[in-house]
Design a protein around this ligand. Structure first.
Ligand SMILES: Nc1ncnc2c1ncn2[C@@H]1O[C@H](COP(=O)(O)OP(=O)(O)OP(=O)(O)O)[C@@H](O)[C@H]1O
Length: 633
C-alpha cells in the first residue's frame, strides 16, 4: 500500500543517494552575517491601553556557521523577536533595522534566503520521511531544479540528519506509530532546508522532547550549520548543559530587554564579573534564566532590582559595545547579496494544486480512520435508510413515506458532512503553517481541497445510492437512479463546501461543529419539506429559501420520483376509488405523480436551471471560503 509513485521515483534514483551525502548546493555562500539594530516593538497594553514596549533596543548579530540561542523567561519577548528577525507578521508597531551582510534587507530577498521551523511540527502523519522531504521539495523548489537534483538534496538531508534508518518509515498518526518525537523534529528541520536557505529560524526546536532527544536535534542542526555555513537563530527554553554548550552565542532577554548578548563560552565569566557567581556544577542555562526571572521570586523588589542591575551592566559592558559595533553598518559601501548563489524559492504555482492533490491522495488512502470510517458510516446509513423505508410500493399510502425518504436522504446526508470537520481542520492547520512559510496561498489550497473531494464524494454518493435507492424502491429506472445520484452528489459538494467555509471562518472544532449543525438545521427547515415553499412566510422564503441548496436538492429528488410515476388510489368500504390527490387519472383509480408535486408548487421542467443554481451556490461557498482564508493571516 505504501508503494507510491514517490517511492518509485525515489528508488529509480537510488544510485545517487550516497552521492548526496555531502551536497555542495546546501552551502551558504551569499550571507556572511545577519544583524539587527534597535529592534523595538510597541503594543497597546491590554490593561492600561497605553503604549507598551514589549521589546526595546535589541541589537545583535549572527555570522555564517554560527548558532545563536534566544533565551529568556516566559513572556520575555523571544517569539516576538524571532518573528521580527524572520520578517513575519508581528502585532504592534515594529521599529527595526535589519541587515544581511551590510545591506538592508527586503522582505522578498529575505524570504528567499531564510526558512522558519515552527514549534509544532507541520507534518502529514501518513507520509514517510522521504515523502515528506519530497513534497517539501515539490512545494518550494522552482521547476529549474531538476528531478535528479531534488533527489540528491533529499538524500543528503536524510543522511545529514541521521534519518537513513527511518527513510521509509511513516511520520506517524494517532493510531499508527511512526518515528520518534526527536526524529520528527529533525524531519521538520530537514524539510525546511530543502530550499538551501542561508538563515534558519527555529522556534523552540526542543519543546516536548526529553534532554537526550533535545541534544540530538540541536547537535544535528549544529553540524549542518558548521558544514554548510548556515546562520541559525533558535529560541529555546531551558536546555541542558550539554545542549546549551552546542550554541555559539546567547541572546538573553528579560522583560523585552537584553540581559546578556555574547558567546556562550563567556557566560560564566561575564556574570562573575558583574557580581553573580555561578555555582559549580550548575546548568548555566538554568542559572541565567533564574537570575533574570522576576515572575516567581519571593521578594519581587529584590528580583526587579537585580534584573535592572544586570540590564544596566550589560548596557555599559564591552560585550554590548562589541555587539553594537558589529551590528553597525557602513551604509556608504553596502556589499551586494549575490542572489545568483541564493536559492530561487517558489514552485510553479500551476503545479502546486497538483502536488497538494497528490499529497492528499496518499494521505487519504493510508489514513483509513479519517476516510475509510466515513465511507463505512455512509454505507451503514444507506442500509439503515433502505431497511426503514424497505421496498415501498406505488400504493398511495406510501406517497408520504417516499417524500419523507427523499427529505431524509438529502438533508441527513448533508448534515453528516460535519464528520469532515476534524479532517479539514487538520489540513487547515498545515495550510496555515505552509502559507506562513510562503509555500502557497489560499487559492491553491481551496482548489486542491475541492478537486480532491470530488472523486471521494462521488464514491460516497454512489455507494449510498446503490444500497438505499433500490432498497427503498424509488423510481426504478436507470435515468431515475442517475438523476438521484446527480442531486445527491451536488448536495454533498455543497455541504462539504459549507463545512470548508464555516470551519475556515471559525477554526475551532466545537464551534465549527455547532455552526455547521446550526446552518444545516436552518437549511433543513426552510428547504420546502417542513413547510411547502408557497406557505413559507415571506421572510424565510425570500431571505433563505432561495439560497438553500437543500431546497433545490429536495425539489430535484421529488421531481425525479413523482415527475413520471403513477400511484394506485385506495378503495373505500363501498369498493369505490378514493384518491389522496386529484389528477387526470382519477378515472382509472390512479394518481399522477405530478399531482403530488403541485402541492409543493413544483413543475417538472427546468432541471438544468436548478442544477445551475446548485453550481452557483457551491461556487459561492468556495469563493467565500477563499476570501476568508485570504483575509485571515
Ligand atoms: N497587547 C499587549 N499588552 C500587554 N502585553 C502584551 C501585549 N501583547 C504582547 N504582550 C506581552 O509581550 C510579551 C512577549 O511575548 P512573547 O510571546 O514574545 O514572549 P516569549 O518570551 O516568546 O514567551 P513564551 O516563552 O511564554 O512563549 C509577553 O509578556 C506578552 O504578555
Amino acid at each position: 500500500m505504501e508503494d507510491t509513485q514517490v517511492d518509485a521515483s525515489a528508488r529509480s534514483l537510488d544510485v545517487e543517494k550516497d552521492a548526496g551525502a555531502d551536497y555542495a548546493h546546501l552551502t551558504n555562500t551569499s550571507i556572511q552575517s545577519f544583524s539587527w539594530e534597535n529592534v523595538t516593538v510597541t503594543v497597546k497594553d491590554r490593561q492600561t491601553k497605553q503604549p507598551k514596549d514589549i521589546l526595546s533596543g535589541i541589537t545583535g548579530n549572527v555570522k555564517a556557521g554560527e548558532m545563536l540561542a534566544l533565551m529568556g523567561p516566559s513572556g520575555s519577548g523571544k517569539t516576538t523577536l524571532l518573528n521580527v528577525l524572520a520578517h513575519r507578521d508581528v502585532r504592534g508597531t515594529v521599529s527595526s533595522s535589519l541587515h544581511l551582510n551590510d545591506t538592508k534587507t527586503s522582505l522578498r530577498s529575505f524570504r528567499k534566503l531564510s526558512a522558519y521551523v515552527e514549534q509544532e511540527d507541520a507534518l502529514v502523519g501518513s507520509l514517510t520521511v522521504r515523502e515528506t522531504l519530497y513534497f517539501a521539495a515539490q512545494l518550494s523548489l522552482p521547476s529549474s531544479v531538476s528531478k535528479a537534483e531534488r533527489i540528491a538534496r533529499i538524500e543528503s538531508l536524510v543522511s545529514a540528519f541521521g534519518l537513513q534508518g527511518q527513510r521509509d518509515m511513516l511520520i506517524g498518526t494517532p493510531i499508527r506509530k511512526g518515528v520518534s518525537g526527536g526524529q520528527k523534529r529533525r524531519v521538520s528541520v530537514a524539510a525546511s532546508l530543502i530550499t538551501s536557505p542561508s538563515i534558519l529560524f527555529l522556534d523552540e526546536p526542543t519543546s516536548g522532547l526529553d534532554s537526550a532527544a533535545s541534544f540530538e536535534v540541536i547537535n544535528f542542526v549544529k553540524e549542518i550549520a558548521k558544514k554548510y555555513k548556515i546562520l541559525v537563530i533558535a529560541s529555546i527554553h531551558q536546555p541542558s548543559t550539554t545542549t546549551f554548550e552546542l550554541f555559539d552565542k546567547l541572546l538573553l532577554l528579560s522583560l523585552g530587554k537584553i540581559a546578556y548578548n555574547g558567546p556562550v563560552s563567556g557566560v560564566r565569566e561575564y556574570f562573575a564579573d558583574i557580581g553573580f557567581d555561578m555555582p559549580l556544577f550548575m546548568n548555566p542555562a538554568e542559572f541565567v534564566i533564574q537570575l533574570v526571572n522576576t515572575d516567581f521570586s519571593r521578594d519581587q523588589n529584590e528580583s526587579t532590582q537585580r534584573l535592572h542591575t544586570i540590564q544596566d551592566a550589560y548596557e555599559k559592558s564591552a560585550a554590548s559595545r562589541a555587539s553594537k559595533a558589529s551590528s553597525t553598518h557602513d551604509t556608504a559601501k553596502p556589499t551586494a547579496i549575490s542572489t545568483d548563489t541564493a536559492v530561487q524559492v517558489g514552485a510553479n504555482p500551476l503545479l502546486i494544486p497538483l502536488t497538494l492533490i497528490h499529497r492528499s491522495f496518499i494521505k487519504s488512502h493510508r489514513d483509513f480512520i479519517a476516510y475509510g470510517i466515513r465511507i463505512l458510516m455512509y454505507v451503514a446509513l444507506a442500509i439503515m435508510m433502505g431497511t426503514v423505508w424497505l421496498r415501498l410500493s406505488t400504493h398511495q399510502s406510501h406517497i408520504n413515506a417516499f417524500t419523507n425518504a427523499i427529505f431524509f436522504g438529502g438533508a441527513f446526508m448533508s448534515f453528516m458532512a460535519v464528520a469532515y470537520i476534524p479532517s479539514f481542520l487538520e489540513d487547515l492547520s498545515l495550510y496555515h503553517k505552509e502559507r506562513q512559510n510562503g509555500l502557497y496561498g489560499p487559492l491553491a489550497f481551496q482548489l486542491s481541497n475541492f478537486l480532491i473531494g470530488i472523486p471521494y464524494l462521488f464514491l460516497i454518493t454512489l455507494l449510498y445510492s446503490l444500497v438505499a435507492y433500490w432498497l427503498v424502491n424509488f423510481n426504478p429506472t436507470a435515468r431515475g437512479f442517475w438523476t438521484w445520484v446527480l442531486w445527491l452528489f451536488l448536495d454533498l459538494l455543497a455541504a462539504e463546501s459549507l463545512v470548508v467555509l464555516l470551519s475556515a471562518l471559525i477554526p475551532i472544532f466545537v464551534v465549527a461543529l455547532a455552526a455547521v449543525a446550526f446552518a444545516n438545521g436552518l437549511w433543513m427547515s426552510v428547504n420546502g419539506f417542513m413547510v411547502p415553499p408557497g406557505t413559507l412566510n415571506v421572510f424565510w422564503r425570500y431571505v433563505f429559501h432561495y439560497i438553500d441548496y437543500q431546497a433545490y436538492v429536495f425539489r430535484g429528488m421529488m421531481v425525479n420520483e413523482f415527475g413520471g410515476r403513477r400511484y394506485e388510489c385506495g378503495r373505500g368500504e363501498d369498493g369505490g376509488c378514493e384518491c389522496m390527490y386529484a389528477s387526470r387519472l382519477q378515472g382509472e383509480c390512479l394518481i399522477e405523480g405530478r399531482a403530488v408535486l403541485e402541492t409543493y408548487g413544483y413543475d417538472t421542467g427546468s432541471m438544468g436551471k436548478y442544477v445551475g443554481y446548485m453550481l452557483v451556490i457551491i461556487l459561492g461557498y468556495r469563493v467565500l471560503g477563499w476570501a476568508v482564508l485570504r483575509l485571515k493571516k
